[in-house]
Write a protein that binds this ligand. Structure first.
Ligand code: ADP
Ligand code: MG
Length: 318
């Protein structure tokens, strides 16, 4: 059965996620209203997913719902912010109850886990385009940015790199790899590193989440901070699935969709960072150093390594 716009919103989106005391008005009025206590500051991020561009057409709706929220939570994590509320703009070709129910359930799972509440949105008919805006809170002095990296900082990444890019090849039917279920799960259900992002915010000088590949995203930190970087390829965290796929380093360096954090911190905090990794049960690897200059240099056991391609860019010139 096909639901109308208002019944659809009421049934699937009027009470999605956490139920927070600071929401004064949620879904159902002309706008939402939330209570914000000073001196905290508001952090906002929006990400759009287009069917066929950001996820293959055959992706399960529950994975689509999960990922749409996860990628925005990952932006909150990269700012060191605590996620609180989100809004959701859906353009859908038709109102398909099975799709909506599965989409909402995937999103709910992650929203509850991170204590974030859906407070409003917009629903329209058209080719599938899904936008989600997350809102979070951070103390002003703890907000992490791309522009704070300092010469000599250690460079860290969370989790493992390149798994989602291999997962995409599996999803598209381009390649068969061992542990393909694991690789697909890294593509469809990335882990936003929210707790670690908050924890490192007192110690890190800069941070970004890796959506377009390590080199592309570390490149943003370098440009914004006016520094270069040297990374040691033998220190890159690679999963057993990645190693078994035997694809060299390029996917880990340039593959998108991992949603791990890349951050820099002064060498004096190395022990602290590694103890936070244990405390929050989030793998963290030191992969290199911030250098003078403006380039990212890759070193493999003392030798320079040439990388064959950069990260993904919409509207990239051929
Ligand atoms: P308006 O016309 O005033 O923009 P709408 O009719 O678009 O209001 O939406 C009615 C209510 O439902 C609003 O509170 C809006 O925030 C909410 N809403 C609409 N679509 C969604 C959605 N996909 N998810 C959550 N809330 C939604
Ligand atoms: Mg509206």
């Amino acid at each position: 059965m096909s639901l109308g716009e208002f019944s659809l919103i009421e049934k699937y989106f009027s009470a999605l996620g956490a139920s927070r005391a600071d929401v004064l008005l949620g879904v159902g009025d002309d706008a939402a209203q939330v209570a914000v206590s000073l001196p905290q500051t508001l952090v906002m991020a929006i990400d759009t997913m287009v069917e066929g561009v950001h996820f293959p057409v055959n992706t399960s709706p529950s994975d689509v719902g999960y990922k749409l929220l996860a990628v925005n939570l990952s932006d909150m994590a990269a700012m060191g912010a605590a996620p609180c509320w989100f809004t959701l703009a859906l353009t859908l070709p038709h109102s398909d109850e099975a799709w909506l129910s599965s989409f909402a359930s995937g999103m709910t799972e992650l929203a509850i886990e991170h204590d974030i509440q859906l407070i409003g949105g917009d629903t329209t008919k058209g080719p599938m385009v899904l936008s989600l805006q997350a809102h979070g809170l951070v103390m002003p002095e703890r907000c992490l940015t791309r522009s704070g990296a300092k010469l000599g900082d250690d460079i860290y990444v969370t989790g493992t790199l390149g798994d989602a890019a291999l997962g995409l090849k599996v999803a598209l039917g381009d390649c068969k790899y061992p542990e393909s279920t694991y690789l697909l799960s890294r593509l469809n259900r990335p882990t936003p590193r929210v707790e670690l992002g908050k924890a490192i915010s007192s110690w890190a000088n800069s941070a970004i989440d890796i959506s377009d590949g390590l080199l592309a995203d570390l490149g943003h930190i370098c440009r914004k901070s006016g520094v270069g970087a040297q990374i040691q390829l033998e220190s890159l965290p690679l999963s057993s699935a990645y190693l078994r796929a035997d694809v060299g380093y390029n996917m880990a360096l340039c593959g998108g969709d991992d949603y791990e954090l890349c951050f820099t911190a002064s060498v004096q905090y190395r022990e602290t960072i590694l103890s936070l990794s244990e405390q929050y049960d989030c793998p963290v690897s030191c992969i290199g150093k911030v250098t003078s200059g403006d380039a990212i240099e890759c070193i493999h056991f003392g030798e320079r390594y040439q990388v064959s391609r950069q990260g993904y860019q919409h509207f990239a010139e051929p």
